[in-house]
Design a protein around this ligand. Structure first.
Ligand code: NAD
Length: 284
């Protein structure tokens, strides 16, 4: 089994991104604003990871920390300020956000020119038309990882478990665009094994530790484990790594698989927005 090493792949790709950013020395630095509402512990740790990776490649970050009980209007005002701030190239709203807030409305308020997560309906719409767009970070990171290992998806049978707007659905679309025949399984699917056993590649984005077991996949399957589940203080994926790794041809570990690639993709998206903006201003 070949490990799809997201950690070292992201390190290499981040270094390449740094070299690109270094070319613009003397100009305004690419800048990512992160809106964090409340005190979700997992979010705090993801944000720390994003800030530290951004700093290493030369992307500035601005963290806007808002209190749990903030009103919809106040969050919207914060987004509008960032939309109009010429220093800011990318904006992300760290999810999840408190239930009393209208998430869709907030995401769609982010300027399409600054939508670093690609969650805006405009970008999602382009994605589902297979057009050039801002691709959400996790699906983009997965595709870059598969590309790095020269995994050809054309003609493969792919099964994606999970249909969320941030992982399952967009990655399904990208796999389809890459030539795979894609089946999407979800919480209402009956007998998931019937689909996964036939799959050449399985992407698991469920959020249930060790959901995918060895008897649910065929020999030489390619496994992308997106899941991040904290169990007794340890990070566990959606795939039973110990047993499935004995059957798979390629497989991502958890941690150090999809996670670092997601962060790389976010940085890459930020730089893409920066370049677009700087070109519009005739600055590069
Ligand atoms: P989500 O909760 O929005 O979606 C989960 C999906 O799993 C849903 O579409 C649901 O239909 C499906 N599902 C739930 N129970 C199921 C079952 N019993 N059988 C089949 N399908 C079932 O989650 P998400 O945001 O898509 O994230 C999924 C996992 O990926 C989580 O563990 C999350 O922490 C992780 N994640 C990791 C990264 C990363 O960078 N590695 C990024 C985003 C999410």
């Amino acid at each position: 089994m070949t490990l799809l090493d997201g950690y070292n792949t992201a390190k290499k790709l981040n270094h390449e991104l740094k070299l690109e950013i270094d070319k613009w020395k003397g100009l305004k630095k690419p800048t990512l604003a992160i809106i964090h509402i409340g005190n979700n512990a997992a979010s705090l740790s993801y944000i720390k990871g994003k800030i530290s990776a951004a700093e290493k490649v030369g992307i500035e970050t601005k963290l806007i920390h808002l209190k749990d009980q903030i009103s919809q209007k106040e969050v919207e005002d914060n987004i509008l300020i960032l939309n109009n701030d010429p220093q800011i190239d990318g904006i992300i709203l760290q999810l999840p956000i408190p239930k009393h807030l209208n998430k869709d409305r907030l995401i769609d308020l982010i300027s399409i020119d600054k939508d670093a997560d690609g969650f805006h309906t405009f970008h999602q719409g382009l994605l589902y038309q297979s057009r050039e767009t801002m691709v959400p970070a996790t699906p983009l990171g997965i595709m870059l990882l598969l590309e790095t290992y020269n995994i050809k998806l054309n003609g493969l049978k792919a099964v994606v478990i999970g249909r969320s707007n941030i992982v399952g659905s967009p990655v399904s679309r990208l796999l389809q665009d890459a030539g795979a025949t894609v089946t999407i399984c979800h919480s209402k699917t009956k007998d998931i094994s019937a689909y996964t056993k036939d799959a050449d590649i399985v992407v698991a984005a469920v959020g249930i530790p060790k959901f995918l077991k060895a008897d649910m996949v065929k020999k030489d399957v390619i496994i992308v484990d997106v899941g991040i589940n904290k169990v007794e203080g340890k990070l566990i994926g959606d795939v039973d790594f110990e047993h499935v790794s004995k059957i798979a041809s390629y497989m991502t570990p958890v941690p150090k698989g999809v996670g670092p690639m997601t962060i790389h993709a976010l940085l890459k998206n930020t730089v893409k927005l920066y370049v677009n903006t700087m070109k519009k201003r005739n600055s590069i």
